[in-house]
Design a protein. Sequence first.
Length: 397
Amino acid sequence: MKHIVILGSTGSIGVSALEVLALHPDRFSVLALTAAQSDKRLADQCSAFHPKVASIVDAQAAQRLEGRSDLGDMTIYSGVDGLIKAATLDEADLVISAIVGAAGLVPTLSAIRAGKNVALANKEPMVMAGRLMQQEAHKHGVTIFPVDSEHSALFQSMEGHRKEDIRRIILTCSGGPFRTCSREQMQRKTRAEALKHPNWEMGAKITIDSATLMNKGLEIIEAHWLFDIPASKIEVIIHPQSIIHSMVEYNDGSIIAQLGIPDMQIPIAYALSYPEHIPLELPPLDLLKEGPLSFEAPDTERFPCLAFAYKALESGGTMPAVLNAANEVAVQAFLDNSIGFLDIESVIGQTMDAHTIVPLETLDDALAADRWAREHAAHVVTKFSSDSVLMKRAGHA
Ligand code: NDP
Ligand code: MG
């Protein structure tokens, strides 16, 4: 029996993970669930899965949870400390890291430092502090299993092969909802349009990242740290059907790929049950019905976020953490309708340009870079948001 902690159980990945766990009660038991502020959803999950611990960041939400008499004998924690307690419980065998954004760094790193194996969906900590995460994992004998579908595909395509034989890895990318749009069209795209992903149902932040292609940018950096592959060997190819989840090319020209329907239960289940492929109640992939699988080159002129990610990786030090934080601030501002779609990339670009890189060796270095970038990006957002108000007044947006 594996005792599982889910950090971010109320989100899109968290819910999919619980669906997988519910299919295999003989293999997995739910030890702890956590959320930021969705106490009602967390309470529903607790009454269905009976964890020993529930943790919710918001103090008032924690009080409401404590007031629920129907939840039985369960320990409730709150605040960031509560997340850390849940992530480091003695009985925990595996921690599913599914918080969105930089907020996952401290709890995920705490799990690693407590010697817990991690199923990593929360890619932002790997982007911010990949070297540190891997150093700590190595030091504490921890395995980090990828949950991101591309990285799970890469992981599976590397099984049984020699790393030194890899010529390049090819990350596939759906291209997002604006794949065929011109810059002029993208300029006018609304929040609602950007939130309509063609193939995947995901949380709001990653859905916007998929529209700007920053998601793929973050995944390049994630792949670099997860698999210790240099940026020069990481390529992106647009594959609108999202059936091939990524590929590894070897020196002899062989390419190994992993295919499947676009459902996160598949990579989640593999991270939970590695090396076994456990059954899931999903429709099979019907290649005859999928029609032709197609491929296109990515266009960094229309989607500069992809180029920003390569630049951040090449620059090293604190730059990936700055890229990540500026992106989080810009995406939130877009979701709040404060800036336009193309302003997201401008906020990131201007924040990166203003940053003086320093080496990133400790958690404090990562958190300081994150703080600096958030402040700077917020300042840039203010500039764009007043521009966008002026544009609206002038009837241009
Ligand atoms: P969601 O927004 O759907 O869920 C986020 C979860 O994190 C919720 O449980 C939320 O709680 C919790 N949370 C949010 N902010 C904080 C915080 N400050 N402190 C603690 N907990 C917090 O995100 P997704 O599930 O879509 O994504 C999660 C991660 O997985 C992201 O890093 C994403 O990039 C990655 N990922 C997601 C995929 C997907 O298909 N969704 C695919 C591949 C990777 P609450 O409900 O209370 O707000
Ligand atoms: Mg992905």
